[in-house]
Structure formats: structure tokens, C-alpha cells
Design a protein around this ligand. Structure first.
Ligand code: HEC
Length: 182
């Protein structure tokens, strides 16, 4: 009799624990999958020195400003940003908060086939990325850099030039040239 009494609550407890464990495991699965997928491609297509990758979905990001580059590059550009970047721009917040990502898209300048005086984007040339992480990239003003051609990062030598130019000309604006287009 005595053992009967002690057994049944412990069996119930075990069921409760098993259910709890199942809930915990099922809750973790999406996170584990996210981590696995986030880390695998990050190493393959990451920029040298900084380990910056082309952020997913950047083609849907909001425009900060267009730009044009004279010859010999002859390019049209568009700088876009993630929501953290857009919020910081709209609030006039400097320095940019950690998590800010800026992407500069670029295309060859091309004459419109339908209208001679109109210039349109031709072939895509580079995608350039700046990621703010003030601790990870403390040595380069808190910014990690990446330049990509056809989705692949360019060499280390090119990545050594990024911060120097941004520092020389745009230090007072948290190393960012582009202002929000009016
Ligand atoms: C010789 C100067 C120079 C170098 C080197 C340079 N940049 Fe820039 N960068 C600029 C200028 C000027 C702009 C402003 C937009 C424009 O004119 O295209 C800019 C804009 C950007 C932007 C948009 C945010 C902003 O600051 O306006 C990103 C992202 C960027 N550069 C990434 C890079 C990366 C990555 C590298 C290295 C691979 C790099 N840049 C090297 C001059 C430079």
C-alpha cells in the first residue's frame, strides 16, 4: 500500500518532466537550425579581415540616397540600409548603433534604349557592405567592411583600403559619407 502511494505521484511527475523536456527541445530546434544556417555560409562568402557577408534581403531595403560616380568607373549607385540604419538616419543619431548595416549597390551607367537622355542601371558591378559592431570592429571605427563581386568577396588588399578612405574623409560623421536624401 505504502509503495503504491509513493509510486503514482512520481510517475505523474515523470510525465510532466518528459512533456516539459519535449517542449524545451522543440522550442530550441528553430534556434539551432537558425544558428547552423547562419554560420555555415558566413564562413564561405565572408570578406577577408572583417568576416562581413552580403546581408539577406538587402534588395528590399529602404533607400538612403542614390549617387553617381564619374569616369572611369561611370557608375550609378544606391545606398540602402536595414531598419536600424533607417531609424538612426531619421532620428539624426550619430554614431550609428550596433546592428546598423549599410549596403552600397552599384551598376554601370547605361543609356536608355527608349529615351536617349535617360540613364539607367546596366550590369551590376559591386555590392559594398558596412556593418556596425563597436566591440568586434573597434580597430576600424566600429565598422566591418565587405566588397563583393558576383556575390564573392574581393581580396584582402582591397579590404585594407576601406577604413583609411572613410576615416580620412568622413570621420566626423561616424565614417559614413552618405546622407539621407531629402
Ligand atoms: C578612396 C575612397 C574610398 C575607399 C577606398 C572606399 N570607400 Fe566606401 N565610400 C566612399 C565614398 C566617397 C562613398 C559615398 C558614396 C559614393 O560616392 O559612392 C562611400 C560609400 C560607402 C558605403 C555606403 C555608406 C557610406 O559611407 O556612405 C559603403 C557601404 C562603403 N562605402 C563600403 C566600402 C568598402 C567595403 C570599401 C573597401 C572595400 C570602401 N568602401 C572603400 C569612398 C571610399
Amino acid at each position: 500500500m505504502k509503495s503504491e502511494k509513493t509510486k503514482s505521484p512520481s510517475f505523474a511527475t515523470m510525465i510532466v518532466l518528459a512533456v516539459l523536456l519535449l517542449v524545451v527541445v522543440l522550442t530550441c530546434v528553430p534556434y539551432l537550425v537558425t544558428i547552423a544556417f547562419a554560420e555555415a555560409p558566413a564562413t564561405a562568402d565572408a570578406s577577408p579581415i572583417f568576416g562581413v557577408t552580403v546581408p539577406q534581403g538587402y534588395k528590399q531595403w529602404e533607400l538612403i540616397a542614390p549617387a553617381e560616380e564619374a569616369a572611369p568607373l561611370d557608375e550609378l549607385r544606391a545606398v540602402v540600409g536595414n531598419q536600424i540604419a533607417i531609424d538612426a538616419y531619421q532620428d539624426g543619431k550619430l554614431p550609428f548603433p550596433d546592428g546598423t548595416i549599410l549596403v552600397k549597390r552599384a551598376w554601370k551607367r547605361k543609356q536608355s534604349p527608349e529615351f536617349a537622355s535617360a540613364t539607367i542601371p546596366g550590369a551590376a558591378t559591386t555590392v559594398q557592405v558596412m556593418v556596425k559592431d563597436s566591440r568586434k570592429y573597434a580597430a576600424t571605427g566600429g565598422w566591418g567592411f565587405g566588397r563583393f563581386v558576383n556575390g564573392k568577396p574581393v581580396d584582402e588588399a582591397q579590404h585594407r583600403t576601406c577604413f583609411a578612405c572613410h576615416e580620412a574623409r568622413a570621420k566626423s560623421r561616424d565614417y559614413v559619407f552618405t546622407r539621407l536624401a531629402p
